[in-house]
Design a protein around this ligand. Sequence first.
Ligand code: SAM
Length: 159
Amino acid sequence: MSRLDSFISRMTAQREILNHLRGRLDGLGGPVLELGLGNGRTFDHLRECFPDRRIIVFDRAVGAHKTSVPEPENMVVGEIRETARKFIGINAALAHVDIGTGYDDKDAITLTWLPQLMAGLVAPHGYAVSGLELRHPHLEPLPVLPGVEVGRYFLYRRV
Ligand code: SAM
């Protein structure tokens, strides 16, 4: 599989999972969190999926397309490991994180702190969606959705 194929598969999986969660956050009160703004494409999709929900976005810099820049009060700039830690207990209905690099050694370092952080951000019965596999006793993997390649993108429910 070429890197282009792999990228398309990953983006397809991301979109399938986020679309699957449309309408499933009802009954969960907290915000949506987007960890890794990047170009803002996923943020834009989250706005479409969850139009009535506050979406708080984290990145070390604001580099999004001008149509997809969060309002200043919903944009948290800095290293996610530090900035998002201050939001532990916010009881997010959904937290999506897309900060994988494609380098196993770098991602292994991220995975020393990311699962614990995600488990701390998401409300009980809320959802965590991640491009990196998160192993944590409070994050229960949900069945792989149709259209999602196994191991490409990950959906969890907070227990
Ligand atoms: N989903 C995004 C989109 O639609 O464009 C793409 C996200 S991009 C793959 C990852 C982003 O996460 C980059 O903008 C990068 O700056 C940010 N990022 C990665 N690791 C980070 C960290 N530890 N702290 C803060 N930002 C980080």
